[in-house]
Design a protein around this ligand. Structure first.
Ligand SMILES: Nc1ncnc2c1ncn2[C@@H]1O[C@H](COP(=O)(O)OP(=O)(O)OP(=O)(O)O)[C@@H](O)[C@H]1O
Length: 354
């Protein structure tokens, strides 16, 4: 993938009166990448998207498209298209008319319009629905029409604000892969806003995790998951167990429990983070693991392909969660109240200083 930036945001600040919504955001969005702006409600994701689309001007900061200043250029003159959560299709127009509308407004030659609309209906699997009205379509189909309508304009960048928000879980999962396929086929930069970390992990090439108007970490899904820079990232992306303790060298001392090992040297107050799938559950102590602690099972949650086993370790206020596959020998009969051993290796843990 290219690392040539299409849009560059430099130190973007946005104030609404006395309220600062964006506190100096700097990020480059690259040519042809699928980028997710992820974060909890109210962290400023949509505000950042609206600035890129031209619906809001930042209080200060710089924004470049292909190296040229974008601020002050009206929304309709930017090669940037925004797709809203409420797809805003014209109800009285057919699918095909909805899709061709933008090209007609741009006064393109009739032949080119026909060719481009035909091609995009095919790419989005809508050819058979071309004559239907929006109210004769399912939610997923309407969503595809909105996408086709945006993509037919061939924007340099497509901005998508919670595009799958209105769909049920099953359809969301189908459309996540569909969006990724479309983005890949067309090579257009997609910047998507979502508060759903799973969605961001599945779809995006890179993610910016935002928190209270700032970017906490930018990276690939694997970087955010495997190498979180803070408690906030480790907690927001995936599930994890935290042990608050004091680090010295490669060890973290946890009150009531003992010393935990890691391969990351640190000192002072830290959070030691270990993912549930990195913890092995066994009826007896297994010396193959550097960290072994006994506890009592508090709850077993069945999740289909795996189980989440909540274990109370000595001196801990929160249970420790281990995720075990249904196929793991010996775990099927483990029940609430049983004593078990949890084991993991230091290389699988993260030591977080903030
Ligand atoms: N027009 C406005 N006037 C005043 N405050 C606003 C305005 N628009 C947004 N805000 C505030 O700015 C902050 C960021 O809002 P924004 O919509 O960007 O967040 P978000 O991360 O997209 O959240 P969500 O996922 O809930 O949509 C919020 O505190 C919001 O209340």
């Amino acid at each position: 993938m290219s690392t040539t930036p299409v849009i560059q945001m430099k130190d973007i600040v946005l104030n609404y009166g006395a309220l600062t919504v964006l506190h100096g955001i700097s990020v480059d969005f690259n040519e042809g990448e699928f980028f997710a702006l992820l974060g909890p409600s109210g962290c400023g994701k949509t505000s950042l998207l609206r600035i890129m689309a031209g619906f809001a001007d930042p209080t200060s900061g710089q924004m470049l498209l292909d190296g040229k200043d974008l601020i002050g250029i009206p929304a309709r003159r930017r090669p940037v298209n925004m797709m809203f959560q409420s797809y805003a299709l014209f109800p009285h127009l057919s699918v095909e008319q909805n899709v061709r509308y933008g090209l007609e407004m741009a006064r393109l030659p009739a032949d080119e319009i026909r060719q481009r609309v035909g091609a995009i209906l095919e790419t989005t699997h809508l050819t058979d629905y071309a004559r239907r009205k929006p109210n004769q379509l399912s939610g997923g189909q309407r969503q595809r029409v909105a996408l086709a309508r945006a993509l037919v304009m061939r924007p340099r960048v497509l901005l998508l604000d919670e595009p799958l928000g209105a769909l049920d879980k099953k359809l969301r999962e189908v459309m996540q892969l569909e969006l990724k396929r479309l983005q890949h086929e067309m090579g257009i930069t997609f910047i998507i806003v979502t508060h759903d970390q799973e969605e961001a992990l599945v779809m995006a090439d890179r993610i910016a995790l935002m928190r209270a108007g700032q970017i906490e970490q930018i990276g690939t899904p694997a970087e955010l998951y495997e190498m979180p820079v803070s408690r906030f990232v480790a907690d927001f992306v995936g599930k994890t167990n935290f042990f608050e303790g004091v680090a010295s060298g490669g060890k973290v001392s946890v009150a009531g429990l003992g010393e935990l090992t890691s391969t990351l040297p640190a000192s002072g107050a830290v959070a030691y983070s270990i993912r549930p799938e990195r913890i092995c559950v066994a009826p007896a102590k297994n010396d193959a693991f550097e960290n072994c602690f006994q506890g009592v099972i508090e709850e077993v949650a069945y999740h289909g392909q795996d189980q989440h086993i909540l274990v109370r370790l000595a001196g801990q206020t929160e249970p420790t969660i281990a995720r075990v596959g249904a196929q793991q020998p010996g775990t099927r009969d483990i029940g609430v109240g049983a004593p078990v051993w949890l084991g993991w290796n230091g290389a699988d843990a993260r030591v977080l200083t903030r």
